[in-house]
Design a protein around this ligand. Structure first.
Ligand code: AMP
Length: 551
């Protein structure tokens, strides 16, 4: 730990970027693989690799109590020292100077202490922290606290850590960056460069791989033009959450779109893993699915982000994994194989519930694609994923090999009933518009959403003046206005909502245009909203999963 801290201090002291990189590279070269992994993560100002969804949960009050107890300094004195530095690490370093009994400390000890702090609850977090600080020299303590506080403040960005790894092991920086993109973990990236395994296309199981992303397109013609393929594959665009599943023997882990571990949230996907019969890495979507029907996203939301799922919730909202890609199979990395090969291997696994396959169809021209799109829409889906069957899997990229074909389901003509003062860039203008449709049963206007986007700054400025004149009630932050401004809004979906009197809320509404031409009497009705809801977002009538999947 002392070497780590000295290297950190030298990096902090160097003013030129090149010198910082060199200093760090020289330090990296001295380390074993395991320590290199740790050092690269810590130098990036993190206590844990990003893929391990871990936080210390250590607050300022525990930290200051511990530093006060070890240094035998009172709050006032500690406050005075802090004001001198305005940096937690520098503060702790000075406060503890002379009051510890330093013993040699390794990065492994640091890791073990961070784990112990994380695992302890509440006040119990203080004990491992205190035991560690008592045995640290001030310089190590300074850097240990910097790691804990998540800020090194030595002028190191993750980019510079990448550059240092490149320099240390003689690997081109572009390779390091690519590797980092694949692994999403600077420690793993460093370890691979040291081992000389900088070929970006090997996968280490349980190190999440960045997800491949899709670019949006609006029309079937555009799909063929941009992809430049004579036939394309289509899959349903499922409305769930992205999930990567890693399985090797009895170990199974799940990762979310931002590469956080989410294993605990979906126990049914873990318990069924023995049925897979192979070691695998799937790219997939988790869906709420009961009695052969896909449940709405709204239901799935209840299952997200949980550390424990109670049996009742599991019964109410069971989940399945709809798999659309296979990146690794029994020791073989498949990233560079064409999608056709990956899909064939995937189908060959003969998966069973709760593992299903994405429904796949081939389209050979824009008309054909348009028909498939219309069918998927009739089934209540928002869109299609279109994939180039010959494409490799490119982690972290939003390229043209995967496209998402989405058109707004419908737009609604609504009237603005209230406006709010904006924040940040929108400070001083009325920028958030609450809007309503008409309930024809009683002629009243009922709100169905609030839109922030779609207008230019000039339009917003102009409308601010108009809305000020149209105000019927000024509630400070919010102004109720005469319902006269008609807007056309697009949206992603409709949800049931208790927030509005209408009982509905549009999800992600955006203003398409201002309908100066349309009188308020002609805006859309609550019946129309209900009809769209039933058609597209109510209990789904058909299950858009692969036939292959259910066998
Ligand atoms: P978007 O969130 O609009 O950028 O769309 C991309 C997301 O669609 C992905 O991150 C997945 O979570 C989701 N998705 C649904 N179905 C598929 C599919 N068949 N292939 C790839 N991604 C899918």
């Amino acid at each position: 730990m002392l070497e780590f801290s000295q290297a950190g201090a030298a990096v902090g002291a160097a003013s030129a970027t090149l010198e910082k990189t060199r200093t760090l590279a020289a330090y990296f070269r001295t380390l074993t693989e395991e320590d290199l992994r740790r050092a690269a993560v810590y130098m990036s100002g993190r206590a844990f690799p990003p893929s391990r969804r871990r936080t210390l949960g250590l607050g300022w009050s525990t930290l200051s109590k511990v530093v006060s107890s070890v240094s035998r300094r009172d709050e006032q004195e500690l406050g005075r020292i802090f004001r001198k530095h305005s940096d937690l690490g520098d503060w702790a370093g000075e406060a503890l100077d002379g009051s510890t009994q330093p013993a040699p400390m390794t990065l492994q000890d640091v890791e073990a202490t961070l784990e112990a702090i994380r695992n302890a609850r509440g006040n119990a977090k203080a004990a491992p922290l205190e035991a560690m600080l008592r045995r640290m020299d001030p310089e190590s303590a300074r850097f240990f606290i910097k790691i804990i506080s998540g800020e090194m403040r030595i002028g190191l960005s993750e980019g510079l850590v990448e550059a240092a790894i490149a320099e240390a092991f003689g690997v081109p920086i572009t390779q390091v960056k690519r590797l980092h993109l694949v692994t999403g973990d600077i420690g793993e990236t460093a370890a691979r460069c040291k081992r000389g395994e900088f070929e970006a296309s090997t996968i280490t199981l349980f190190q999440p791989v960045r997800f491949m992303l899709a670019s949006p397109v609006e029309t079937p013609n555009e799909v063929f033009e941009r992809m430049g393929a004579d036939k394309v594959w289509t899959e349903e665009k499922y409305d769930g959450v992205r999930c990567q599943m890693h399985r090797q023997a009895s170990r199974v882990e799940l990762f979310s779109r931002d590469l956080k571990e989410t294993t605990a949230a979906f126990p049914e996907l873990i318990e069924a893993a023995p049925s897979i019969g192979h070691d695998v890495l799937f790219d997939a979507e988790v869906l709420a699915h009961r009695d052969g029907r896909v449940l709405r996203f709204f239901e799935l939301q209840r299952r997200l982000g949980r550390k424990q799922v109670d049996p009742e919730l599991r019964r109410e909202v069971p989940v399945v994994l709809v798999i659309f890609d296979l990146l690794w199979l029994d020791g073989r990395t498949l990233l560079d194989e064409p999608l056709t090969t990956r899909r064939k291997l995937l189908e060959g696994l003969g998966l069973e519930h709760p593992y299903l396959l994405a429904r796949l169809e081939e389209a050979t021209d824009p008309d054909h694609l348009d028909r498939i799109f219309a069918e998927t829409r009739a089934r209540g889906n928002e869109g299609l994923m279109v994939k180039d069957p010959l494409s490799p899997y490119t982690p972290g990229r939003r390229g043209l090999a995967w496209l998402k074909l989405k058109r707004p389901l419908a737009t609604l003509d609504v009237v603005v009933t209230a406006v709010e003062w904006g924040h940040g860039k929108r400070r001083g203008v009325l920028s958030d518009y609450t809007f309503a449709v008409r309930d024809t049963s009683n002629g009243r206007l009922v709100n169905v959403g609030k839109a922030y986007t779609g207008l230019t700054d000039a339009e917003i400025a102009e409308f601010t003046k108009r809305f000020l004149d149209m105000t019927i009630e000024d509630r400070g932050h919010v102004r109720l206005v005469r319902p006269e401004v008609v807007l056309e809004v697009a949206f992603d979906s409709i949800q049931h909502s208790g927030r509005h009197l209408s009982g509905y809320a549009l999800r992600f509404p955006r203003i398409v245009r201002i309908r100066e031409d349309k009188p308020v009497e002609e805006i859309d009705t609550l019946e129309r909203v209900a009809e769209l809801y039933d058609r597209y977002f109510g209990e789904r009538s058909e299950v858009p999963l692969s036939e292959v999947a259910e066998t």
